[in-house]
Design a protein around this ligand. Structure first.
Ligand SMILES: [Zn+2]
Length: 407
């Protein structure tokens, strides 16, 4: 086997004839021409065969044994016999105006999934800016936004802090049936969300059967405007968090009033834990606190009564009845620490009770939140929202493999 035949086999480039190989200590330059002689005129579609000029394109390909491989392609420029425009032939293995092959782009993209552009640039010998452009191009190719909406029935809406301390939140939309990310929006304002969903059209809005979100007024307004037919379910995790806040405020007040009282120490997480999940040692700690303050005990057990209401599979109206009775019991005992929670409960009884229908929750977003965080970490913050969005969408979408059968 001669050298050219060897490299032809090794590279497996479509429609290319290798004409020479130059190997140095650090690079392998492979000269080639394209075998397909036909190029269609982009303006009038006529086949061009008259060669007007020749140029060379130098594109980077995958390394071979740590040597950077460059394809030096002799490219023909034709003249259209009809309109006189001069189209240049395209490479089947690299995009126009790009200095790397498709497979090199995929290779760099996979490297960048968990690493900073600058680090990957150093590994593959490309400028960090080139790596960034390449990655964002690849991200756009795998975004597949319309496909993410197909079959979306139960929608999750959640937010994540974008820049710490700036009160800037991004909004994550998820498919609760498949546990996948649908899209990320730059903010969580009502107008932005309504405009976004309306752009997707009425048939999209009508296909949504249920929405899970937390108690954030703009979300509720968006659901009422865009998905009036859907069942609104307030995320149980967020509901319970509000309930716990009442208990925690009370605990903090007790600590402030009696800072030296040993019984109130290390109580926070124990109060949030359900009674049947407590260990013996935790029970002892809790009992000690209850011995100091009876109101804390009452409050704890009233909170404890809340959980089974949502655990029980039953009709929504029955759940609402139980929630009402629970709130009435608290008010009858003149306990005020759950006041703010009860006000929320009374305002949003039905969407809270809707949880019993099929235990819909926003829990899948938790995993996605971690994904967003990990991308932000490897990019040292990533303040540019569009870049962050593209990368998260690409990674959470179709898994891109190096072995994809495209050169
Ligand atoms: Zn033409």
């Amino acid at each position: 086997m001669n050298e050219l035949a060897f490299y032809t086999d090794l590279l497996g480039l479509p429609q290319a004839t290798l004409t020479g190989v130059t190997v140095t200590k650090t690079t392998i330059e492979i000269a080639c021409t394209l075998t397909d002689t036909r190029t269609l005129c982009p303006s009038c579609g006529v086949e061009c065969t008259v060669v007007n000029d020749r140029t060379t394109r130098r594109v980077r390909d995958l390394n071979i044994s740590e040597r950077a491989v460059y394809l030096v392609v002799s490219v023909r420029q034709f003249r259209c016999p009809t309109c006189g425009s001069c189209p240049t032939e395209r490479l089947p293995f690299a995009d126009a105006n790009k200095s790397y092959t498709h497979r090199q782009a995929r290779y760099v993209f996979v490297w960048c999934r968990k690493q900073a552009y600058s680090e990957v640039g150093a590994i593959v010998g490309m400028h960090a800016k080139t790596v960034e452009r390449l990655v964002l191009d690849q991200c756009r190719q795998v975004e597949q936004l319309p496909q993410r909406y197909v079959g979306l029935r139960r929608l999750g809406i959640d937010e994540q802090s974008h820049r710490k301390g700036k009160k800037h939140f991004i909004c994550l939309l998820t498919n609760l049936d498949t546990g996948t990310l649908v899209d990320i929006l730059p903010d969580r304002k009502k107008e932005s969300l309504v405009a976004y969903f309306q752009r997707l059209g009425p048939s999209f809005c009508q296909q949504i059967t249920a929405v899970s979100c937390d108690i954030w007024q703009p979300y509720l307004a968006v659901v009422a405007t865009c998905f009036p037919q859907a069942t609104l379910v307030l995320d149980r995790f967020h509901v319970v968090k509000l309930l716990h806040q009442g208990l925690d405020n009370f605990r903090r007040r007790l600590r402030r009033e009696a800072p030296d009282e040993a019984g109130y120490k290390q109580l926070k997480w124990l109060l949030f834990k359900q009674y049947h999940r407590l260990s013996d040692a935790e029970l002892d700690t809790l009992q000690a606190a209850f011995a100091v303050n009876a109101e804390l005990k009452t409050a704890y057990f009233l909170r404890e009564e809340f959980h089974p209401i949502l655990d029980r599979p039953q009709a929504v109206y029955a759940t609402i009845g139980l929630l009402d009775r629970w709130a009435a019991r608290i008010q009858a005992q003149k306990i005020t620490l759950f006041d703010s929670f009860i006000r929320t409960l009374q305002r949003h009884k039905e969407p809270i009770a809707n949880y019993v229908l099929d235990n819909l929750s926003n829990a899948v977003t938790e995993g996605l939140n971690n994904l967003v965080r990990s991308i932000r970490r490897c990019a040292f913050g990533m303040p540019n929202f569009q870049h962050l969005r593209l990368r998260v969408m690409a990674i959470s979408g179709r898994t891109l493999k190096l072995s994809d059968n495209r050169t």
